[in-house]
Design a protein around this ligand. Structure first.
Ligand code: PBE
Length: 267
């Protein structure tokens, strides 16, 4: 396929995901920033619809350009590549951050310490996501906790147990965050907390924590994915630093496609 053919065959369309996702916003920016994407559109629907379209295209060896990210099983299931992003719209390596509402440290110092200590590797997150293909996230997270109690012990070292204090964690509706939130829930419950998980759009995660409606979140992807939301609410929440690193977002294509850069997509 020549790149002109590719652009025509995909009808100048990037297959995106949910309208509220950070990567959707980044792709809208890419459509503005890359002159060669003049006339291109982003189709916004859902992660499930994007994955179905990607699987169908691969089955037929057809071209497709999707909004993709890692960690995600799509890279284990299919042979895919990120398109180079010379304008840097999608950033480089993303960190996943933990944020808390102001006052959490004073109100719930035990939970604050645990959340501050929570740090794991992308492989840990991936193992929960993989297990959750066959069971619910609560169970997959419990399995990870059972197998990694030494790591959990480090996060909770010296922390006093509490007696049923309620805490609410906000998360975004993707498997990466379902994993971290469900593990954090179990660890906090082991410590005596009563934990509720609230899945919302990324903008609402920041809004809820800035307003004090939710206590904390392990969901922000920084600096590119949720940087605009972060900046909007900066100083209205506390940043406890990264809980994981090595994440990435970008435009993703099947490896059999003969292009390597966003700049090769033709108007
Ligand atoms: N994601 C997964 C989310 C954050 C985690 C990259 C799809 C987003 O774009 O907001």
């Amino acid at each position: 396929d020549t790149s002109a053919n590719v652009s025509q065959e995909v009808e100048h369309t990037i297959t995106g995901i949910e309208p509220g996702a950070g990567i959707t916003q980044a792709t809208d920016k890419a459509l503005e920033k890359y002159e060669n994407l003049a006339g291109w559109e982003q189709e916004k629907s859902s992660t499930a619809a994007m994955l179905t379209a990607l699987g169908d295209a691969i089955e037929n060896e057809e071209p497709i350009v999707v909004a993709g990210w890692s960690p995600h099983y799509m890279f284990a299931k299919w042979d895919l590549k990120y398109l180079e992003d010379p304008n840097g719209v999608y950033g480089d390596v993303e960190n996943i951050a933990t944020i808390a509402r102001q006052g959490l440290k004073e109100d719930m110092p035990e939970a604050y310490t645990i959340l501050d200590n929570f740090h794991w590797e992308p492989e840990d997150m991936e193992s929960v996501m993989l297990a959750a293909q066959d069971m619910d996230f609560a169970k997959a997270a419990q399995q990870w906790v059972d197998e990694n109690q030494d790591m959990v012990d480090e996060w909770t070292e010296g922390v006093e147990p509490v007696d049923g204090t309620s805490i609410e964690l906000a998360l975004t509706p993707w498997d990466t965050e379902r994993s971290s939130a469900n593990v954090a829930k179990i660890v906090l419950e082991q410590q005596g907390y009563d934990v509720s998980l609230t899945p919302v759009d990324p903008s609402v995660v920041f809004e809820a924590i800035a307003a004090g409606d939710a206590d904390a979140s392990l969901a922000p992807w920084m600096p590119a994915t949720h940087g605009d939301f972060y900046a909007k609410y900066e100083d209205k929440f506390e940043d406890l630093g990264e809980n994981s690193t090595g994440a990435k977002i970008g435009l993703v294509v099947p490896s059999y496609m003969d292009i390597d850069s966003i700049e090769e997509l033709e108007p």
